[in-house]
Design a protein around this ligand. Structure first.
Ligand code: GTP
Ligand code: MG
Length: 199
């Protein structure tokens, strides 16, 4: 059997209205690329990226959900296994920002209580079309005690940084073991979207 090439496995989830740029954010992070064609996600998809944080190899399994309401049942079934959730809105669309409250309620209903959350105001490259101020994004994040970034998948602004910070927040509350041994390895089945909480 192949030797495990990572120390920890973190499961992350991207949620938010259709068209806010969840798939593009993930594509920028995983492949450093961007596509202007909008191909709405059907159901759920995922990508893997391994990062290094504080000397630990962390495999990120990132689930990209469809924002369309008709996929709600399938997408919410993935909340439970997530250790970190990114809530995305589009700074040019007030409706997607208003819906952040709805997405937060979905998390309360379906995710683990200790899930790490982060709010992203995406498409910050479109300053001329901005309809949601950065201050409003910061305010809702502060209100809920959540981290916040404005991002651009197109211009690669704050994409890597937001994933790294979310991973770091999860790592910080992962009970540490003696890193000189190999016991930090985690075994989580990847055939389902549900994680047995690691370590
Ligand atoms: N200008 C700009 N456009 C973006 C950015 N991110 C995404 N887009 C565009 O927004 C559209 C929607 O992006 P997607 O990533 O497919 O949106 P989504 O949130 O995954 O949508 P669903 O899969 O339907 O939930 C596409 O046309 C992208 O090119 C960005 O940072 N800046
Ligand atoms: Mg998508």
């Amino acid at each position: 059997m192949a030797k495990k090439t990572y120390d920890l496995l973190f499961k992350l989830l991207l949620i938010g209205d259709s068209g806010v740029g969840k798939t593009c954010i993930l594509f920028r992070f995983s492949d450093d690329a961007f596509n202007t064609t909008f191909i709405s996600t059907i159901g759920i998809d995922f990508k893997i990226k391994t990062i290094e944080l504080h000397g630990k190899k962390i495999k990120l399994q990132i689930w990209d959900t469809a924002g369309q309401e008709r996929f709600h049942t399938i997408t919410t079934s993935y909340y439970r296994g997530a250790m970190g959730i990114m809530l995305v809105y589009d700074i040019t669309s007030p409706k997607t920002f208003d819906n952040i409250a709805k997405w937060l309620r979905n998390i309360d209903e379906h995710a683990n209580e200790d899930v790490e959350k982060m709010i992203l105001g995406n498409k910050c490259d479109m300053e001329e079309k901005r309809m949601v101020s950065k201050e409003r994004g910061e305010a809702i994040a502060r209100e809920h005690g959540i981290r916040f970034f404005e991002t651009s998948a197109k211009n690669n602004i704050n994409i890597e940084r937001s994933f790294m910070e979310l991973a770091e927040a999860i790592l910080n509350k992962t009970p540490s073991r003696d890193t000189s041994t190999n016991h930090t390895n985690v075994h989580v089945s990847q055939s389902s979207g549900h994680s047995s909480k690691c370590c």
